[in-house]
Structures are given as C-alpha cells and as structure tokens.
Write a protein that binds this ligand. Structure first.
Ligand SMILES: [Mn+2]
Length: 347
C-alpha cells in the first residue's frame, strides 16, 4: 500500500498578514494542498492521511465544500482526516453534519473511531479535537484490534496543552504507523513509525527550512517513508555583511544579490552585520524592497578608528573618554561601552 501523510495545511490562514504578499500566500496554501492531492494520484497512492489542522480555524461550510470537491475528484484514493486544535470540531460547527464524498473518512468524534479499508486491508484509528486544548495523554493508552490489517493511528498534538505524547509508550502501542500532526517542522518521533511531516507550507516566520509531506509504502507491517518537499517557499534568515564602502543603495544591491543566490521565491529575515562607515545610516525600509523581506535588522556598527579619533580629539571630551577605556579587553563589556559611548558622542 502506498500512502501520503500530510498535516497542518492551515487553509484559510493568511501568512505574513501585514505584508504586500499576504493574499497571494493565502491562495498559495490552497494551491499547494490541491497540488499535493494531485500528486497522490500521480504517485498512485492508495490512501492520503491528513493529521489535523487542515484548516487554520474551525472551517466554514464553504471551505468544507471546497475540500470535499478536491478530495471527491479522486474517487480511487481513500482519504482519512481528523480535526486538530486549530480547526477543532466544536459542537455546532460546520464539521458536524457535513456530508463528505464516499472516499473521504472524517474521524470527527471525540471518542476513538476505527475506519476499515478492506481493499487495502488497513485500519485507521483516530479522533478529533472538540476544543482547542486537550491536556490528557489520550494516545499513550490506545491499542489497535488484533487482526491482520495494517494499523494506522492518526494523531495530533504532542505538547503539554495538546495531548502530550510519550514516545516510549507509543512505541509499545502496537500501531504499525503513527501519522502525526501539530509540530510544524518535519520531525521523527519513532524512526519509520511515528513522524510529523511538518506543515505542508510554512505559516509562521519561525517555520524555517523545507516543507512538504511524507510519502510512504508498506511492506508487511514495516513502512518505508520519505519526505517530499512541496512548499513553494521557505522562510530564511540571512546575514549580509556591510563594510566601510557601503551606502544604502549598495547595501540593497548586496541584499538583492544574496537573495538571488539563495532563491528569490523565499521569504527573508535579513540581518546586516559588519562595520559601516560612521557617516552612513542604513534605511532598512528601502533595503526591504530588495525582495520578499519581512524584516531588516541593522546590527552593523560604525567603523571607529580609535587611535585616529584619540589623536584628533586629544585633550577634549572624546579624547579623554577613549583614554579612560584604554585597559578594556577585546570583547569585554568595557569595550562595548566604549563603542556605544563613542557613537553617542560622535553623533
Ligand atoms: Mn495543531
């Protein structure tokens, strides 16, 4: 059996909400999801597992209809999904009496359900969040029935407020594969058995690194699983060095070149380091126009030629200030005080 395991798609979320590209990214989340479902057909997957937080919030009817249209277009593929903490199946929500296509199994109850796929001789166990927090470690005591099926647990959480999971107890549970969701970075809990694919697309600037889904194939009760990069973009922290020759525009050019090397499609957090000319102030808003940049932090320091300054201001306040730090060791707090004090005095 071949399967695709994804989680934390967060449809409806508007990543980078205050940026110029927020709407584009909101649409991208849907497109990437649609593409991943299309991949399942291309790869001839039998089963697609969606381990919670498919939506950013408890879905509206229109969003459920959209997803149902996409999944229902592939009647030869089985889909199994649960609601996570973000899109919890709260009483009265549109989840409750939604009529999914026959190939879609929504394990919407708060109690553990088991869905059997006889053609795949596979059973999928799981339940949905009915609220945004569940602090009981419900997964640790779950066990599949004793039969010859391949046993999958669809599970969401793993931190203190969202169903804490003890990997040692999970390892003893008897499930052949545990499809996890909630942690946005691809993470292995038990090698080949319990994995987080990470968010399908990165949602938060902290979600650095590649994003996508897991593709697996079963051999008896063992599983071979690997990560497939699918997201169009990554969040990247990038340091760019300034030197004394740099101006605001030359710095923007440098940032642009660094972004071109690393990939223009990515979303950046830029930090300017190094020593700038004392007369230059970097206009971070202007530099931000060099690409998809969330934030430019200027951590450069003015290049201060201490000996020259001491000569030039000998006998004056600045000269005496420098002399009073003569014993400062490199990297010491005194050296930092010298730097900060000089910047203030010189400006
Ligand atoms: Mn979650």
């Amino acid at each position: 059996m071949k399967f695709i395991h994804m989680a934390d798609v967060h449809l409806g979320c508007e990543p980078d909400g205050r940026s110029e590209w927020a709407q584009e990214r909101k649409r991208e989340l849907w497109e990437t999801f649609r593409d991943s479902i299309a991949d399942a057909k291309g790869k001839k997957a039998d089963l697609v597992l969606i381990a919670g937080d498919l939506f950013h919030r408890t879905p509206e009817l229109s969003q459920l209809r959209e997803v149902n249209y996409l999944l229902g277009s592939y009647p030869e593929i089985c889909f199994a999904l649960i609601a996570g903490n973000h899109d919890c199946c709260s009483p009265g929500s549109a989840w409750e009496d939604f009529d999914f296509a026959p190939n879609v199994a929504f394990l919407g109850s708060r109690a553990v359900e088991c869905i059997r796929f006889p053609a795949l001789s596979c059973e999928v166990y799981g339940f949905s969040y009915d609220r945004s927090q569940i602090t009981q470690n419900v997964y640790d005591s779950l066990h599949p029935s004793e039969n010859d099926c391949f046993h999958i647990l669809l599970a969401h959480g793993g931190d203190r407020d969202h169903i804490p999971i003890d990997p040692r107890r999970l390892a003893l549970s008897g499930f052949d594969y545990i499809a996890l969701g909630h942690i946005h970075k691809p993470t292995v809990m038990l090698p080949g058995r319990a994995l987080y694919p990470g968010a399908l697309s990165p949602i938060d600037a902290g979600d650095e690194g590649p994003h996508g889904y897991l593709e697996g194939e079963t051999h008896g009760t063992s599983v071979q699983v690997h990560f497939v990069k699918k997201a169009l973009r990554e969040y990247v922290s990038l340091a760019v060095d300034a030197d004394e020759s740099d101006t605001v525009f030359s710095m923007r050019d440098k940032v642009q070149a660094a972004i071109t090397r690393r990939g223009k499609e990515n979303i950046y957090k830029i930090v300017i380091r190094g020593q700038r000319h004392p007369a230059v102030q970097f206009d971070t808003e202007l530099i931000r126009s060099a690409g998809m940049i969330l934030d430019v932090k200027d951590e450069s320091v003015p290049a201060l030629h201490i000996e020259q300054l001491k000569e030039r201001y000998r006998g004056q306040l600045i000269g005496r200030y420098i002399e009073s730090f003569e014993a400062a060791a490199p990297g010491s707090v005194e050296e930092k005080a010298l730097q900060i004090g000089l910047e203030a005095l010189l400006s």
